[in-house]
Design a protein around this ligand. Sequence first.
Ligand SMILES: [Zn+2]
Length: 417
Amino acid sequence: MKIEQYSMGIGDRFGKQGVAQLGALRRAEERGVVIVPVWNKSFREHSLIGTKPEDVRVEADAAVAKAGWTHPHYVDADHVGMRTVDAFVASSDFFTLDVADFIGRTAPDGAIERFVRDMAPLKGSLRIPGVDGAFEVNDALLERVGRQYLYAVGEAGRTYRHVAAAKGAEAFVTEVSVDEAAEPQPPVELFFILGAIARERIPARTIAPKFSGKFLKGVDYVGDLRTFEREFDADVSVARHAAEVFGLPRELKISVHTGSDKFSLYPIMHRVLGRHAGAGLHLKTAGTTWLEEVVGVALSGAAGLRIVKRIYAEALARIDELCRPYTTVVEIDRATLPAPATVEAWSAEELAARVRHDPSCADFNAGMRQLMHVAFKVAAEMGAEFSSALDAAAERAGPCVADNLFQRHIAPLFLGG
Ligand SMILES: [Zn+2]
């Protein structure tokens, strides 16, 4: 199954913002850019919130019908492997096959030898159109990629075939993600990982590489912007060339899992895509919508503000537990976190200014925003109480969600400002 040139992963933890999110995509469409939505919710998010993959399908289809969205939409089994995929098979039509757990687990020697042999015609000086210079491809390089990735790609292949057997190969879009690897993949390594993916006969439409720098949840990119630009640009070229050389789907595109809100990267990505005519992109956001819900509920009235303050106080008390599943992607400077008594005295606007992602605002508090990012578990535990607060705040939260997605994400990335 094909996917359109531009797509965007939208996370909707409580399943109430689909129409607002489509509103943001509609505004892009009015400006001439079609970005198709992919609802993504991982196994971890489902378990923390107590939802099931079929709930996302029901919500997505209902939102599409209600909003009158006429382009395709997808539901992503986000970061699945053999252990977790079964619950997603019926309701998803996009599968992000995450092999990070298996990177570095070594395939049998014979398998590595066969990989090196199959890739041998590419030995020597490899040029990738669009990437400066040439890469020296020899047995040592191929063996290294084989040792590092062959087993993991084989695991992706097993998961892919498992889904294809159940649904039919034409019924879903496949992404392979190596973004949770310990180290970024240099272009030539990504190229041969794609070679391994093609050998496994996985018709990957998107590939999520790991980039240098830190992609922390809910806050901006931490790293060198020029390095990112070079890596992203090279990866776009690598995807195109690998598709041609290895016979992967022609529209194979790069997927950037932003952990939401990598604002400083969007103008760069826009510029790079402009240099590669026809190149596509999948951008995955998730927590950014939940944080706008927090802002919307806080601004919705006294009862909403009280609930948000309670969520914060409880999250602060349980900070170790809440951050534990996110050790590599949440970095909170605890000294910056206000005491609950301080927060108690704040007005709704004062609280919103700390959490809303406006780095130019002097009151913005990145630590507090990251803590609220992982605090959706606390809100989920409140059950109907939080859910009704969200319903009561719908008129306030909806525009927060839509404006955030459009103005802070879609416009700078897909429209160039
Ligand atoms: Zn990811």
